[in-house]
Design a protein around this ligand. Structure first.
Ligand SMILES: [Zn+2]
Length: 235
């Protein structure tokens, strides 16, 4: 193995880095697509929720109106009973009951007013959301499409680079390639640039002897600490 091999290994490392970056994107993009879909569903849910809230309030309003109706019926009956009453006690009791019924009606009427106001506010919100819903749904859909296209593009690119790698490694002697693969598997990267006298793979100082040999470019060297192939790049 001589020092010229290092440039080949460095090129291979660049290819591997690109492959790993693309693979990262391939893992990441489906999640981004999922998030966009969720965003769209939430928007639809929000709109539907307002709609059901309005329906619920309308039902409640109808129930309250029925309550008023039954109090009014009761008042009519009290009215009839008042005509037939014989004792003062009975008369007073009926009047009390009538007053209570009237008071209940007023309370319910107030409640209905609040409900009507709530319905009105929700309807306004529903209208506003309706206007933006279609537009936002469309925009999100567009983003999803972009991501899907991007993913497709990256898959193609990755396939191409992997094919290029297959061709590229044919130029590398098997023992050297095996060593490269072994270090890469263990360390993530197999080639490290030496900056001043430090290996940028493990950030430890290279012994002076190794360093001077590296500068001279005598042979292919590895870092005595992390085992990575060393490359000297004078600034
Ligand atoms: Zn090192």
């Amino acid at each position: 193995m001589d020092s010229s091999d290092i440039q080949v290994l460095l090129s291979l490392q660049k290819i591997d880095q690109e492959i790993s970056d693309l693979e990262k994107l391939i893992n990441q993009i489906p999640e981004e697509i999922e998030n966009l879909k969720k965003q769209k569903e939430e928007l639809i849910y929000k709109f539907e929720k307002i709609h059901t809230d309005i329906k619920k309030l309308e039902t409640l309003k109808r129930e309250k109106e029925l309550d008023i109706q039954s109090y009014e019926d009761r008042i009519l009956k009290i009215q009839e009973a008042l005509d037939k009453v014989r004792t003062n006690e009975e008369y007073k009791a009926l009047l009390r009951e009538k007053a209570q019924a009237e008071e209940s009606i007023m309370e319910i009427e107030d409640e209905i007013l609040v409900i009507m106001e709530d319905i009105e506010n929700l309807q306004k919100e529903e209208e506003k959301l309706k206007q933006i819903l279609e537009k936002e749904k469309e925009e999100i859909q567009k983003k999803i499409k972009q991501k899907e296209d991007q993913l497709e593009e990256i898959r193609k690119k990755l396939k191409k680079i992997k094919e290029e790698r297959e061709q590229f490694i044919k130029k590398i002697k098997t023992p050297l390639l095996s060593k490269y693969e072994m270090i890469r598997k263990k360390r993530g990267t197999a080639v490290a640039v030496v900056d001043s006298d430090t290996c940028t793979g493990c950030y430890l100082i290279i012994p002076p002897k190794v360093y001077s040999s590296l500068v001279k470019g005598e042979k292919l060297l590895t870092c005595p600490h992390c085992g990575r192939f060393l490359i000297y790049q004078p600034k």
